[in-house]
Structure formats: C-alpha cells, structure tokens
Design a protein around this ligand. Structure first.
Ligand SMILES: *Cc1c(COP(=O)(O)O)cnc(C)c1O
Length: 377
C-alpha cells in the first residue's frame, strides 16, 4: 500500500479546521457588499497591531507593495543606496529598484542565513565611496527567524539609516520577548497563501509606531489621497487589501499563535532526529522563529533531493540563485568582497515539509528519508 503523499505546505489541513468560520466571515462580506475597505479591513488592522504590539498596522495589496510603499513614504529614490541581503526572495531588492534607488547586496551569516552586520558596515562605506547616499537597510527575517535586529539598529543609527524589516516570512516570530513587527522604523509583511500567516490570494501589511508614516501610507495606498479620494496630495498607488481577504485573515489570525507553537513542535522533532546526521537550523538564543521554512545545509543536495523524492517526501530549494547573481540585477553593487556565504548557501540549502498540521507519522517519514539519503553518501 502506498503512503499518503506528504504536503510541503498543507493549506488544506488548515482549511478543514477553519472552514466554517471562514465561510461565515465571507458570507458576511457578501451580505454587506463593501468589497473595498469594508469594516473587516480596519478590524484586521487593529488585531494585527495588537498581536505584535505595534502602534499602527496598515494593510495593502501584497508584501512587495508593503516594502515599496514604505520606501516611497520615506522619499527614497535615485542616488540613494538601500542595503539588502543577497540571500532572500527577489522582492526585497526589487522594492528598492522600483523606487529608483540602488539596492546594494550585503552578505549573510552562515548559521542564521540572515544579514551579516559586518558586511553591512563595509557596504555602507563602499556605497559612500561610489557616490551613493546611504538611506535605508532592509533586513529580512529569513525562513521565519528574526534577523540580528539589535546589531543592525546600532549600525543604522551610526550611519543615519532607516530600517525596514522585511518580515514576509518572519511575522509571528520574536527576539528577546519583542515581537516581529516592532523592530526598525517600519516592518513589512506578506499574506501570500504560503507565508506563516497567509490569506487566499495576495495581501500585505506595514507595521510602524510612527504616526506620520502611518498617515502617509494610508494615503499612498489609495492613489495619494488627501482629505478625500478625489483630492490627491501625492503620487500613490492602488494597493488596498480586499475586504474578503481581511475577513479570511481575521479567522486565521485567531489560530496563528497556536500554529506557531505547532510549527515549533515540528522543528524540535526534526532537530532531535536530524541534528546528529546533518546541519539543522540554528536558532539565535532569545529568538522565536515563525518557521516559514525548515532549511538544512547539506554537502550533496542532489542526493538528498533525489532520496526524498524516491520516498515521496517533497523538498524545495530556497533560494537557488543569490540576488547578486540575478541577471536582472547585475548592474547593482555588492559589499566589498562580494557575498560568498550567499553563494555557498544557494548551492547547499534544501527545505523540508513544514506546516502546523504535519502529523508525527509524516514527520517520521521525512526524518527517515533524510537520514537514509544522508547515510547513503
Ligand atoms: C514573499 C516575500 C515577499 C513578497 O511578498 P508578496 O506578498 O509575494 O509580494 C517579500 N520578501 C520576502 C522575504 C518574501 O518571502
């Protein structure tokens, strides 16, 4: 008898749990008919802000827009340097390029995969020498783990940089009892379905304690509106979160803290069973990961991927090409000495199935497949 296939991220299991409340929430939106900026949007924003302890949550159309809107609000553009890790999803650098600024690629740390403060420091000096104005840094909470926010904040303060945390994967995490969403001058997140907190389409949000920034963002997401929507005081965008998605997210947020605990249980089990045979994720002391991904670093990735595939265990490679090697981004500068850690990780990382509803039996199959593939070498 063939085993059930294992899902890499199982949205269906979550839906089974929440189907009733989500259908009821969607029906309420169909009844009131306020599909754009309906009451669920403001309700969700209040709940998101309360969840992480930020003063403001401003929702928008997707996580990429969340990054772009903040850079727009800060007036970042041509001639400005925005420092981004090279080992991340493309949107982190894309946001800087979209506003006309220069993304500067910074290397990451080999253990946490997050922005390397020393590489950032060196990249700032190099950017100044190249005639750019250092304006902002976008640390990423990659795979769910918070970046080294205290170290990055200190460097940013010394150089007058604004900090925009890219928490598309990290919302739900924490560092030293501070929730992700409260680091930096602003935080961007994504509600893409596969993110730790995902909706059933595209969505995003910005968190900030800065009242003036929050007001500008609320204007920018509706075509730069002023007092009313036909008074346009700045050039903005159309970037609102749909009311239906907000209604869905309210139901998902209600179980989100519980899901983070469930993800941690899976991570603990993986670490206990795999830590002796391969390199498992390193979690910074004092950090809570949102476990968007569970990512190994292996010598022979092809063998591991093939072994898992033979055992019916799906794997994914995030990310096979670091951003400084993307052909669309070849014109942008890198930290002095390049990004060798990002290069190495791109060749050796592999992510295992990770979601809150992964059963112990499925976890055991993943564990057995990985142990077998690693032992065969
Ligand atoms: C998913 C993601 C984004 C972009 O989010 P979208 O909602 O897909 O636009 C940005 N940064 C990182 C690190 C991501 O993983």
């Amino acid at each position: 008898m063939r085993d059930e296939p294992i899902a890499f991220i199982d949205l269906k299991a979550q839906q089974d749990r929440l189907r009733g409340p989500i259908e009821a929430a969607m029906a309420r939106v169909l009844d009131h008919g306020q599909y754009i900026m309906g009451p669920e949007v403001a309700a969700l924003e209040d709940q998101l802000a309360a969840f992480c302890g930020a003063r403001h949550a401003i929702t928008c159309a997707n996580g990429t827009d969340a990054l772009v809107l903040v850079l727009m609000a800060w007036g970042i553009g041509p001639g400005d340097a925005v420092f981004v890790p090279s080992f991340t999803f493309i949107a982190t650098a894309e946001a800087a390029a979209l506003v006309g600024a220069t993304p500067v690629f910074v290397d990451v740390l080999p253990d946490t995969f997050n922005l390397d403060p020393a590489s950032l420091d060196a990249a700032i000096d190099a950017a100044v020498q190249a005639g750019l104005t250092p304006r902002a840094v976008i640390p990423v909470d990659l795979f769910g783990q918070p970046a080294d926010h205290p170290a990055i904040a200190a460097i940013a303060a010394a150089h007058g940089l604004l900090v925009l945390d890219d928490a598309a994967q990290g919302f739900g995490g924490a560092l030293n009892d501070r929730a992700v969403g409260t680091f930096g001058h602003a935080t961007a997140t994504s509600f893409f379905p596969a993110k730790p907190l995902g909706c059933y389409g595209d969505g995003g949000a910005v968190f900030t304690d800065d009242d003036a920034l929050a007001e500008t963002l609320r204007s920018l997401r509706v075509h730069g509106k002023g007092g009313d929507k036909y008074d346009n005081v700045r050039i903005g965008q159309n970037s609102r979160l749909d009311t239906l998605q907000a209604a869905i997210l309210i139901e998902k947020l209600a179980v989100f803290a519980d899901e983070i605990v469930a993800r941690q249980r899976v991570a603990d089990r993986y670490a206990a069973a795999l830590g002796t045979v391969t390199r498992t994720p390193v979690v910074t002391p004092g950090a809570r990961s949102a476990w968007a991904q569970y990512t190994l670093v292996v010598e022979d990735r092809a063998a591991l991927v093939a072994g898992c595939r033979d055992a019916g265990v799906p794997t994914q490679v995030y990310y096979p090409i670091p951003l400084h090697r993307q052909s669309g981004y070849a014109q942008y500068p890198q930290a002095p000495g390049g990004c060798p850690v990002s290069d190495h990780l791109a060749g050796h990382v592999v992510s295992l199935p990770m979601h809150p509803y992964l059963s112990p039996a499925a976890q055991d199959r993943v564990i057995a497949a990985v142990r077998h593939a690693v032992a065969r070498r």
